[in-house]
Design a protein around this ligand. Structure first.
Ligand code: XBP
Ligand code: MG
Length: 256
């Protein structure tokens, strides 16, 4: 087994709980601005999360839930235009500081940097969504901590395809055996496992019932020294004593 050299993080649901009170609200703002009476409720949004990517999600909604709806323009262009406004509203939300990182994320990133681990991002979300989230939560200098920010349409096939992780690994000139991936969802874990990466899952409200077969460990959160995680799936005897995810635990999990 190769030594652990790098950590590759998903963003939505993994670094921050962005979907329910972030992306969803921004989609609804864009719909209202466009004069559409669409309301993506918490439950409906959960169903729409079966596809990754905001433009793809709008198209799924139109195809599956809006029989007979025909935009004046091509559906691809229509969804792209609407999505641009959604991104605008989402960035506003991030800038306002409304979306914090998940518990333990900042501590873990700092510890990983101190330990000399290389860091990267692999996400389907729009690139600006990542840079705004990092700047708003960890400060602008944090953008330099991540060697690669693989995001959005940089690869045509979004998660669950492994392409975004493959791309990040290629940019870092690393083999998957030298890395760990951090994910929160079924589409995410399919993508990371497809790229050959051992994966640590932290679930959220939308993904707690997903099938995480193949992941190394499934936790409710990363935890803090005074706020331990709960192990949902995986080797509880081996990992429970760590209490919170730290570099020693990641090395144990990675096995190298
Ligand atoms: C996240 C996504 C993203 C966001 C919306 O999936 O699917 O599409 O919901 O972002 P993952 P955009 O965490 O697996 O990367 O609207 O910018 O596409
Ligand atoms: Mg995710």
């Amino acid at each position: 087994m190769k030594k652990l050299e790098a950590l590759i993080f998903d963003v939505d649901g993994t670094l921050a709980d962005t979907e329910r009170d972030g992306h969803r609200l921004a989609f609804n703002q864009a719909f209202a601005e466009a004069g559409l009476d669409w309301d993506w409720t918490v439950d409906l949004y959960g169903e729409l999360l079966q596809v990754t990517g905001g433009k793809e999600r709008i198209r799924l909604f139109v195809e599956k839930f809006l029989e007979g709806f025909e935009p004046d323009e091509d559906i691809i262009e229509f969804a792209a235009r609407l999505h641009k406004r959604k991104t605008h509203f989402y960035l506003e939300l991030l800038q306002s500081g409304a979306i914090p990182l998940r518990p333990g994320v900042e501590r873990l990133i700092n510890e990983a940097r101190e330990a000399g681990l290389r860091l990267a991002i692999a996400t389907t979300t729009t690139p600006a969504n990542v840079t705004y989230l990092l700047s708003a939560t960890l400060g602008e200098e944090s953008l330099d901590w991540f060697e690669v920010i693989a995001a959005g349409d940089i690869v045509p096939a979004k998660k669950p395809a492994p392409d975004i992780y493959d791309w990040a690994l290629e940019q870092m000139d690393l083999r998957p055996q030298a890395c760990l991936a951090f994910e929160d969802s079924l589409n995410g874990v399919k993508s990371s496992l497809g790229a050959g990466l051992k994966t640590l899952i932290t679930v959220n409200g939308y993904t707690k019932d997903d099938d995480f077969s193949g992941a190394e460990l499934v936790l409710d959160q990363y935890g803090e020294p005074d706020k331990p995680f709960t192990i949902l799936e995986g080797d509880a005897n081996r990992y429970a004593d760590y209490g919170h995810v730290n570099v020693a635990m990641l090395k144990d999990l990675h096995g190298g």
